[in-house]
Design a binder for this molecule. Structure first.
Ligand SMILES: [Zn+2]
Ligand SMILES: [Zn+2]
Length: 365
């Protein structure tokens, strides 16, 4: 089994530090242990008492009319060293305008989509330190992306959006062409931190090739899994998460008392992130992971079900790579089936098929 875990630490330490290489950039700083992220996620982007009152910038007035004198330290708090998200976005936009990638009349609303590196539900505007944002922009070349990374320390990576903002990254369905963004500079790995009645998880994804989803702890999807728990449908049950992506719903079901969770996806980048996420959250899940197939030997889009990994302990996990239409060849029955297709994909045909397989409930999200 190929392992990406790297052990570091001096011999005199009784506890070894376990770090993991980032699958995108190879750095040891990107992927941090889930419990460390969970401890810090809700305060990491909080302002300090001195910068709590920082005023947001006008998002609709052209940046040039705001009269800002933007540089690397403009808007930076002298006490905690962080900057309000708006000032970071203004700095990125200033560079895009100077480099001719944005119209001279562009306002902050036009800059693109900032993806906070450790995304948790926040009550205040994020105040950012270095490498805190993966930026998605419509128009940028590699030289400009590198300039942004060099001059705006808060930016961790720059992605170029392809297609419309509403086009989901990944594959809509088996027959569709994969839709991915292009990494122009830096690294695209970031994590969503979800804290709900079922537990706390930290789920990484590479944003160039995995669906962008803004998780909130009160999201409809998380509420649906909590309802399964409250209705007793997870208790000792076998749960199938048919479109598991990086694992959010299936892993929450695993924390909510399921006996076994089957996580399936047909998109290899999602499976790679899912395996990483199970391993990073293995303490919280109470499992040990066994990799069965090396994902690097698999095609980008799955077809017949392939069992790529299993985990056992407090709960059993089976990770399948393949077309959900064919998963019933490998999984003959379950109690609950979760069907969370991409926006625009009709879950109806999948639901009718699994209505005959799931003993208790099929939910579509
Ligand atoms: Zn990285
Ligand atoms: Zn401050």
């Amino acid at each position: 089994m190929k392992t990406e875990i790297i052990y570091t630490g001096a011999a005199y330490l009784t506890v070894m530090l376990v770090t993991r290489k980032c699958p995108t950039c190879g750095s040891l700083d990107c992927i941090r242990p889930a419990d460390e992220v969970l401890r810090q996620a809700f305060t990491i982007y909080a302002p300090c008492p001195q910068c709590r009152g920082d005023k947001p910038l006008d998002k609709f007035t052209p940046l040039v009319e705001l009269g800002l004198d933007i540089d690397t330290n403009y808007g930076r708090c002298p006490f905690c060293g962080k900057r309000h998200l708006d000032y970071v976005m203004a700095h990125v936009l200033d560079i895009l305008i100077k480099e001719g990638q944005k119209d001279a009349s562009a306002a902050l609303k036009d800059v693109g989509t900032p993806l906070i590196v450790f995304g948790a539900t926040m009550t205040e505007a994020p105040h950012l330190h270095s490498k805190s944002v993966v930026m998605v922009v419509d128009r940028v070349n590699k030289a400009v992306a590198r300039r942004i990374l060099k001059e705006v320390p808060e930016i961790k990576g720059v992605l170029k959006r392809k297609g419309n903002p509403s086009d989901s990254v990944g594959i809509l369905d088996i027959g569709s062409n994969p839709h991915v963004y292009e990494l122009m500079a830096g690294c695209d790995m970031r994590a969503d931190v979800i804290s709900c009645m079922l537990g706390d998880v930290c789920l990484y994804r590479g944003q160039a090739d995995c669906h962008i989803e803004f998780w909130r702890n009160n999201s409809v999807k998380i509420k649906a899994i909590e309802k399964l728990f409250l209705d007793g449908l997870l208790d000792d049950g076998v749960i199938v998460d048919g479109f598991a992506s990086v694992g959010t719903l299936g892993l929450l079901a695993a924390m909510g008392g399921a006996k076994k969770v089957v996580l399936n996806d047909a998109w290899l980048p999602a499976i790679k992130n899912l395996l990483l996420n199970i391993e990073l959250n293995s303490d919280a899940l109470g499992v040990e992971v066994e990799r069965i197939v090396d994902p690097s030997t698999l095609p980008r889009v799955g077809d017949e079900p392939v069992l790529v990994a299993k985990a056992s302990g407090n709960v059993e996990l089976d990770v399948y790579f393949g077309d959900f239409r064919k998963l019933d060849k490998a999984v003959r029955s379950c109690d609950v089936c979760i069907i969370d297709t991409f926006p625009g994909v009709d879950p109806g045909p999948f639901a009718s098929r699994w209505n005959g397989i799931a003993r208790k409930k099929v939910i579509t999200l």
